[in-house]
Design a protein around this ligand. Structure first.
Ligand code: NGO
Length: 535
């Protein structure tokens, strides 16, 4: 769990009351019957697909039980997770049981609810119970995140707080717009520990993010143990930007991350970046270099200067070994092979390289993901390209990506001037970069993935992802400052129907998240664009 903050602020009951009334009126529901402290139903991030507010609020009390489907281990696990969130702040026992009583908090798996899909849920709150129904465990988990956000922010505190713990009455029926709602973390430029990654995973789960893309290798560091090429981690992982100690995940640690992510219904997408961004590997094994000479380790921030040797057989033996071992650690479907900024590789070599590498990924049962430069080669059938261009990207480059999309390549959208969490908010932001411009909160939210890339069929869009590169990001506090409040906006673009898109409404829902981040002890940027509650 996210480390919690000892102090949490009391909610502003007065202003919430106003929002209750406004929310109910906007939804056309009966006059607010919810008790004062309840967050208006559906006033959460990401916005739910459908909200029908009304009826009495449910109150969690000392007698509340969390009832899960008889016999379902997954539902029980989600129930235990929910109890773990609620117990410290409510101080209640909240036993997780499988009795058939109809009251309390109920988590029900019902495979007949096909309309809810693999991730959707229906939450119904009445005076007697809150019931979350889903067709699959991920849906229950997402429903639990909705329930969490319906409760006062201080529910996130790790010490006992005073109630009441009310969930506004009504029904939320919710399914995601896209199946790919990703966050990327660069653990290569600066290494992040297992605990730091888990903390971020918990923060992502709150916003229904379902992919964690780990950028495991780059010029400055190789961060995952590979048994067949041990020096990659022990030597290639021994430094980072600025020359610090770096680090790497043992296989056991990496499995722990993957397991933890999957307990929060995030699929880890590992990235081994190639043919460029490979100095750490080239420094570890001289034979991978065309001239047979290992370069020194690199601790700067230039890009595009390194390349694997496209002509050597050993390059593909190396890739086969690495992909085999990484695939074996990956229960998920995807393996990201990078492919960005191969400035030291000719286009002809790049194409040859991708023609040889993509079948290796397929051989180990994984689907290729690559940065969108992959569309300059021949993307494998079923491959996914991650678009990271910006408004100023040339029409020709955009057209190349759109043409691949028309040809069946899936697209994940990570426009750098919208979704890159490492871009500064403005000129005074102490962290981050600015090569794609400044990205304030509104800019990161106010675009539509469905019609973003000219000529790309909307059916090709798999979703969105917010990358966080770590050239100058070192701590969890740094991660949080850059990710919050932008990450929830990208998560909302991935989850919520386009019809809910509205900056003026969004910024109010976003502002209400701040008390939750405070209670969780999280750092964030207090953007002047967002009407934060007074501190
Ligand atoms: C680019 C580059 C990365 C940098 C990042 C910094 C991609 C896909 N390649 O994005 O190596 O770290 O910008 O914003």
């Amino acid at each position: 769990m996210v480390r919690k903050h000892p102090r949490s602020r009391a909610p502003l009951f007065g202003s919430l009351l106003l929002v209750v009334a406004a929310g109910a009126a906007a939804l056309g529901a009966a006059p607010a019957t919810a008790a004062p402290a309840a967050t208006p139903l559906g006033q959460i991030v990401p916005a739910p697909a459908k909200v029908v507010a009304g009826g009495s609020a449910y109150e969690i009390t000392a007698r509340t039980r969390i009832r899960v489907d008889d016999g379902s281990r997954d539902a029980r696990r989600v129930g235990d997770y929910l109890a773990g969130v609620l117990r410290p702040s409510t101080g209640y026992r909240l036993p997780v049981t499988d009795d058939a009583a109809r009251d309390g908090i109920r988590l029900e798996l019902d495979t007949k609810e096909k309309g809810l899909g693999g991730e959707g849920y229906r939450l119904t709150s009445t005076g007697r119970s809150v019931t979350i129904v889903a067709a699959a465990p991920a849906g229950l988990f997402h429903g639990v995140q909705t329930l969490r956000q319906q409760l006062p922010a201080k529910v996130e505190a790790d010490s006992r707080q005073s109630g009441p713990w009310l969930v506004a009455g009504g029904t939320v029926e919710d399914t995601p717009r896209y199946g790919w709602r990703g966050a990327h973390l660069d653990v290569a430029r600066h290494f992040f520990t297992v605990d730091q990654v888990k903390r971020y995973i918990d923060e992502l789960a709150l916003y229904k993010v379902n992919k964690l893309h780990l950028h495991l290798t780059d010029d400055q560091g190789w961060r995952l143990a590979v048994d067949s090429w041990p020096k990659l981690a022990t030597y290639g992982g021994s430094t980072q930007v600025g020359g610090g100690a770096g680090g790497y995940y043992t296989k056991a640690q990496y499995k722990d991350i993957v397991r933890y992510a999957s307990s929060r219904y995030l699929e880890v997408v590992p990235e081994i970046d190639m043919p460029s961004h490979t100095n750490a590997a080239l420094a570890s094994y001289a034979e991978l270099n065309c001239d047979g000479v290992a370069p020194p380790l690199y601790t700067g921030t230039d890009v595009g200067f390194s390349t694997l040797c496209v002509d050597k057989d050993i390059t593909y033996k190396f890739i086969d070994d690495v992909v085999r071992e990484v695939a074996a650690l990956t229960p998920g479907k995807y393996l990201h092979i990078g492919g960005d900024e191969a400035h030291s590789t000719s286009q002809e070599d790049y194409n040859t390289f991708m023609d040889k590498v993509q079948p290796i990924v397929a051989k180990y049962g994984k689907t290729v993901v690559g940065w969108h430069q992959l569309t300059g080669a021949a993307p494998a059938k079923g491959a996914v390209a991650q678009y990271w261009g910006l408004d100023g990207t040339s029409a020709a480059e955009k057209a190349q990506v759109a043409a691949a999309a028309k040809n069946g390549t899936g697209l994940v959208l990570s426009p750098a001037d919208r979704t890159y969490l490492d871009m500064k908010y403005n000129k005074d932001t102490p962290l981050g970069l600015s090569w794609a411009g400044y990205v304030e909160v509104r800019r990161s939210y106010d675009w539509d993935p469905g019609n973003y890339l000219p000529g790309a069929p909307s059916s090709a869009i798999r979703g969105v992802e917010a990358p966080l590169w770590s050239e100058n990001i070192r701590t969890s506090s740094d991660i949080e400052y850059m990710a919050f409040p932008r990450l929830p906006g990208v998560a909302e673009l991935g989850w919520s129907p386009a019809s809910t898109h509205d900056w003026d409404m969004y910024k109010v829902r976003l502002a209400a998240q701040a008390e939750r981040w405070d209670a969780l002890g999280m750092n964030y940027y207090r953007s002047p664009q967002v009407p934060w509650p007074a501190t």
